[in-house]
Design a protein around this ligand. Structure first.
Ligand code: G1P
Length: 297
């Protein structure tokens, strides 16, 4: 058995062009899901999966991310003066759950390049990669939460592993698509080939990379060997192809619901799902949906 992975990289440097004009001056990772920004869900998932040290890769216009995980003495003092001690403690605790570091990607050279910014932070250890614009539903029936499932597979096999989900044919061009042999029932694949954002007729399968990965440190040498690929960017999927040629790379087909926050419809669905669970909004949102349903009938 291999040990638990303790370090994670969270790329959050993308320009969020699919979400303009909202993302002109605010990072998409700070979009609210009721009362919490997307990035906080990602950090919570990492911490609940045993991660202790986190490197967030940011870029220009992303300072709000750093502020969110910093102390806010003025706000905390204000809340305490008003007797809102619990809220003051909640605000203070946001950045205390893990050791969070930041590095800036100065040029938008792609996801592979963003990951490369974590090389010194990771050193010679395996690490987790959680895309900062993806929320994995913590409420899914299996009980294990997002990265925890990948940790379990990594501990069993000691190989790099990526989470995938089945997508509709018209969605394959938005994702990295993987192909391989099933190794354990229907849920685990040994990967042979990956294609970044193929046209539907070129997609080898409907298995799309879902924003969570665990890698051995050899992925960094593979990234270094990659020239600019699809869309002129250093693609992580190209590096994963090189990795798969030299050591096992697996894909876990997971059942967990994944919200791709770069996609407007997914964002709205995510907001609604969480609003329907949140004690402050549940009843009002249910009533609102009932009204809308009645209006349409
Ligand atoms: C990136 C990856 C892609 C993956 C996707 C998941 O694409 O390149 O392989 O499927 O994240 O969201 P992006 O969304 O950055 O265009």
């Amino acid at each position: 058995m291999t040990g638990q992975v303790k370090k994670a990289i969270i790329p959050a440097a993308g320009l969020g062009t699919r979400f303009l004009p909202m993302t002109k001056s605010s990072p998409k990772e700070m979009l609210p899901i009721v009362d919490k920004p997307v990035i906080q869900f990602v950090i919570e998932e990492a911490v609940e999966s045993g991660i202790e040290d986190i490197l967030i890769v940011t870029g220009r216009g992303k300072r709000a991310l750093e502020d969110h995980f910093d102390y806010a003495p003025g706000l905390e003092a204000h809340l305490r003066r008003q007797g809102k001690v619990e809220q003051a403690e909640q605000v203070r605790a946001i950045g205390a759950r893990a050791n969070i570091l930041f590095v800036r990607q100065k040029e938008q050279l792609g996801l592979g390049d963003a990951v490369r910014h974590g090389r010194r932070f990771v050193g010679d250890e395996p690490f987790a990669l959680l895309l900062g614009d993806t929320i994995i539903d913590p409420g899914h029936p299996q009980g294990l939460h997002g990265l925890q499932e990948l940790q379990q597979v990594y501990q069993r096999h000691g190989a790099s592993v990526v989470a995938v989900r089945r997508v509709d044919a018209q969605m394959v061009a938005r994702y990295g698509i993987v192909d391989g042999r099933p190794v354990e029932g229907e849920h685990l694949y040994s990967l042979e080939r990956l294609v970044e954002k193929p046209e539907p007729e070129e997609a080898p399968t409907d298995l799309a990379i879902a924003g969570r990965y665990i890698f051995t440190p050899q992925i960094f040498d593979c990234i270094d060997r990659c020239a600019a690929g699809k869309d002129g960017e250093i693609q992580l999927t190209d590096a994963m192809n090189l990795l798969a040629a030299q050591q096992p790379l697996q894909a876990l087909l997971w059942q967990a619901r994944r919200y791709d926050i770069g996609n407007k419809a997914d964002y709205v669905r995510c907001f609604l799902d969480f609003a329907l669970r949140h004690p402050d909004t549940r009843e009002a949102v249910r009533a609102c949906l009932r009204d809308m349903d009645a209006d349409q009938a």
